[in-house]
Design a binder for this molecule. Structure first.
Ligand SMILES: [Zn+2]
Length: 325
């Protein structure tokens, strides 16, 4: 599906579909629908409708196979953790404790996944049309995987197209970036995002949209998870409930804590320096420089919180560094 704010970018993509670059890199912030756009475009490229439609028809063999996840000319590279989450979402599947499934699913796209494309890329299309590889999120490729993909990009096979989706294009190998035609996507304008969120029945939409830096899908997700770590930390921060903030003890809560503290720090510095804020979390302070330093520090903690060395101490450490006024 295409979100209302993607009509223009869709037109541009669709206009290129006949003479397509062999690799596209769709990039932009989290939560604005990049993956949905990439998926819709992949379906259009595989659609076999003979009418010159500008959207996939949804009814031909190509579309039906694509939608069923069984199209022989389509491959999807993503970390095991994402693929498994999709399976859980769809089928309510839960891993049985004590089985090998309890092993932590990988957050990376591995080299074997890329090597697994070799046959797919060298053989002819099953349907006499294109073969499409969707890579999401592209920055999840580890170095070996990225080098293997680079090779494939350097020796493009006729009819094979790559669509890379990335939240963090700066983390990709520059040589991969330079092989791709960039398709940058920005957050939609605020009015459009708010209209869509209100259609979706999202309460407190303005506050969530600000908190998400303008990303509507992320706003909807956060608003729909009042018991989630981010909502909990945001509430605790708003109420200056330091006991609740300090209680952050697992990876998810620590990441959420670092995020809300970083956003508060950025906002406080911005409000103090420029009278405006971004995420709706700021106070004012005469010590804007201290808050800027703290914001950078919390940025580092956000990365550390993904694999906390000592989760029990981390929340306290983050809070103790906060400027006092
Ligand atoms: Zn179709």
């Amino acid at each position: 599906m295409i979100y209302p704010w993607q009509e223009l970018i869709w037109k541009r993509l669709e206009a290129q579909s006949e003479r397509l670059h062999h690799a596209l890199l769709i990039h932009g912030p989290v939560g604005i629908g990049k993956l949905a756009l990439a998926e819709q475009f992949a379906q259009l490229l595989l659609c076999e409708s003979i009418q010159g439609t500008t959207k996939p028809c949804g009814a031909c063999d190509g579309c039906r196979w694509y939608l069923a996840g069984t199209h022989p000319d389509f491959r999807r590279l993503e970390p095991e953790s994402l693929a498994r989450r999709a399976a859980v979402d769809e089928e309510g599947e839960t891993p049985a404790p004590g089985t090998s499934r309890a092993a932590k699913p990988s957050q990376e796209i591995k080299v074997d996944q890329v090597r697994g494309l070799d046959n797919f890329l060298s053989l002819r299309s099953h349907r006499g049309r294109r073969r499409i590889v969707l890579v999401h999120p592209a920055e999840a490729m580890n170095l070996n995987a990225a080098n293997a993909l680079l090779k494939a990009l350097e020796e493009p096979q006729p009819g094979a197209h790559f669509i890379l989706v990335s939240h963090r294009p700066a983390r990709l190998l520059p040589t991969i970036r330079s092989r791709c035609a960039a398709v940058p996507m920005a957050v939609p304008d605020r009015e459009q995002a708010l209209a869509w969120l209100s259609e979706q029945g999202v309460g407190d939409a303005g506050a969530w949209l600000a908190f998400s830096g303008g990303a509507p899908l992320q706003s909807r997700t956060l608003a729909s998870e009042p018991a989630g770590a981010v909502a909990g930390m945001r509430r605790a921060l708003a109420g200056m409930d330091f006991d609740a903030l300090r209680a952050a003890g697992n990876r998810e809560e620590l990441e959420a804590l670092a995020e809300v503290l970083q956003k508060r720090a950025i906002d406080t510095a911005m409000r103090s320096l420029a009278g405006a804020q971004r995420y709706g979390l700021g106070g004012t302070s005469r010590r804007a420089a201290d808050w800027l330093r703290y914001a950078r520090e919390m940025g580092r903690f956000r990365a550390l919180a993904r694999a906390p060395l000592n989760p029990g101490l981390m929340a306290g450490e983050m809070l103790s560094k906060m400027p006092k006024d």
